[in-house]
Design a protein. Structure first.
Length: 393
């Protein structure tokens, strides 16, 4: 039974109410999300149809096939202000497939769905809000909660010491600000007051953390659920740049803290709200060993889930994002040619071009540091210079 796999990666943009005020420097994304859809190849089974905005580069397709990841593909150009799903409305291409596995459920996704297998899009938007997940964490009595504020006055009152202020639909470091001084707070409140729009923000303490991780589950339409596993996360600032199998320490903390039982409560809550499908829960271990089980809930597929599933195929798999400076005339084919090792899989980057861009690599190794150093050296020798290199998780 073949499936159609596709999706718009900046889903939060389409869930976010249009009347919400925005934080300073919390404007549109840099466009990188538009080129990430080829990462969904990792969710494909042989024979599945992967729909992307641009064709996946032959060098990437060949590298994936060498690791057993095969799929059929269809490229669908998307208008700048639209979604992949809206561009496919009315297309007969997809209806010969029995399953539909989108990255996330948007209003256009439901209109496109020919299988009647997706939850209502307003429900999906609701449970993806950071306000909703914070309310749930408060209800469950969990550590690590914050305060939802709906006015400049409430924001000012909620800021105590260094805090992180989050848009309810911010993602991967966008629309999140650290507020550590009165001057920064004044800049934020001035920006909000000028907009004459509805305010809704989550204010959380800036935690002293030991590590970030994510938990993954599948919630079924009948209310049942399955725990899929956890992944360690590597973040740069507030932005996710890598996932990896959990350490023995993390697995021990997960077991001792009752983490899976908390995920069961999350599953019950999202199901009661009317959602079913994949769920990723961002979590944290604080410096004192306290587990913060629910920082936010992502009711969609995620890079952590991708990494977890690929690790089942390739034990030791780690997902690593790299930013590259790219000279004129070079592209992803040169990345693939520079890394001719079976331990390295180029997962995305078909649109890579001068002056630079982002690629995602899979590293299959027990000696991560050695392989990372070798990758950086090989790419630099090929003229593709990594920028701001950070370790894989």
């Amino acid at each position: 039974m073949t499936a159609v796999v596709l999706g718009t990666f900046d889903a939060e943009r389409w869930w976010r109410p249009a009347d919400l005020a925005t934080l300073p420097a919390a404007a549109a994304a840099d466009g990188a999300a538009e080129s990430m859809d080829e990462l969904l190849a990792g969710f494909c089974a042989p024979g599945d149809l992967l729909v992307t905005r641009r064709p996946v580069a032959p060098a990437v397709v060949s590298g994936l096939a060498a690791r057993g990841i095969t799929f059929r593909q269809h490229a669908c150009p998307v208008p700048a202000a639209g979604t992949m799903e809206s561009a496919l409305l009315g297309s007969a291409l997809l209806r010969s497939h029995a399953e539909f596995r989108p990255y996330a459920v948007l209003p256009d996704t439901v209109r496109l769905d020919w299988t009647d297998g997706l939850p209502p899009s307003p429900v999906v938007a609701e449970v993806n809000s950071k306000s909703w997940s914070n309310d749930l964490a408060l209800e469950l009595g969990l550590p690590g909660t914050g305060t939802v504020v709906r006015s400049v006055e409430e924001l000012t009152a909620a800021v105590d010491g260094t805090v992180v202020v989050k848009d309810p639909y911010g993602v991967s470091g966008r629309a999140m600000l650290e507020v550590a001084t009165p001057g920064v707070l004044r800049a934020v409140t001035r920006t909000l007051a000028r907009q004459d729009r509805r305010i809704e923000l989550l204010v959380q303490p800036k935690f002293e953390k030991r590590l970030d991780f994510s938990g993954h589950l599948e919630v079924f339409r009948d209310g049942g659920w399955e725990f899929l596993g956890v992944q360690a996360m590597n973040n740069r600032g507030f932005r996710h740049i890598g996932s990896a199998p959990p350490s023995v320490e993390l697995l021990d903390l997960v077991e001792r803290s009752g983490y899976v039982e908390v995920l069961g409560s999350v599953a019950k809550a999202v199901s009661a709200a009317g959602y079913w499908g994949p769920v990723g829960v961002d979590s944290m271990v604080l410096a004192d060993g306290t587990v913060v089980p629910v920082l936010e809930i992502n009711a969609r597929r995620s890079l952590g889930l991708l990494s977890l599933l690929l690790a089942r195929r390739m034990p030791g798999f780690r997902l690593w994002q790299l930013e590259l400076r790219v000279p004129e005339g070079l592209g992803v084919e040169d990345v693939v040619a520079a890394l001719p090792w079976p331990e390295v899989i180029v997962l995305s980057g078909s649109g890579l071009a001068a002056p630079g861009g982002r690629v995602y690599l899979g590293l299959v190794t027990d000696d991560v540091r050695r392989l990372q150093d070798a990758v950086v050296a090989a790419l630099t020798a090929a003229g593709l210079v990594p920028r701001g290199v950070a370790d894989a998780a």
